[in-house]
Write a protein that binds this ligand. Sequence first.
Ligand code: HEM
Length: 134
Amino acid sequence: MVEEALRLYPPAAFLSRTARSRDTLGGREVRPGDTIMLPIYALHRHRLLWDDPDAFDPDRFAPGVSRDRFAFLPFGAGPRICIGASFALQEAVIILATLLSRLRFALTGRRPEPRMILTLRPHGGVWLQVSRRA
Ligand code: HEM
């Protein structure tokens, strides 16, 4: 479930790299010093990589389901991959499990709206109706 949320709403919605040497990428020339933008948000919703990409479907990450290693990059990849990835995933599951065991959350009329400001954030916050579980 956390992975699927990170697919649809990756906090690091784009990454960038500076080219060190001449190369070609998708038929385009890359020169040393060029900035290459990696649009992670678009990658995670690419129709050639994901079925029904805008739908929330945690089963995409069920055990045994395979996918292209580079189709899902919420924590980046390679030498600069996020060193906190495992910690962040465990922390998210623990926080969610703790909250959901005690509280119920329901949508209000105000729906969350993703906004890209360096990182992807819910514009104006996430408004939920919270009640105690019986
Ligand atoms: C959901 C939570 C998180 C997300 C989505 C996330 C995402 C990322 C991404 C995409 C990168 C790579 C940036 C790049 O390639 O340019 C990165 C790097 C990094 N992250 Fe995270 N991160 C998260 C949580 C954390 C936590 C909890 C820690 C520390 C405990 C952490 C520490 C770092 C550090 C130190 C780097 C830089 C690694 C390097 O450049 O060698 N992150 N993170």
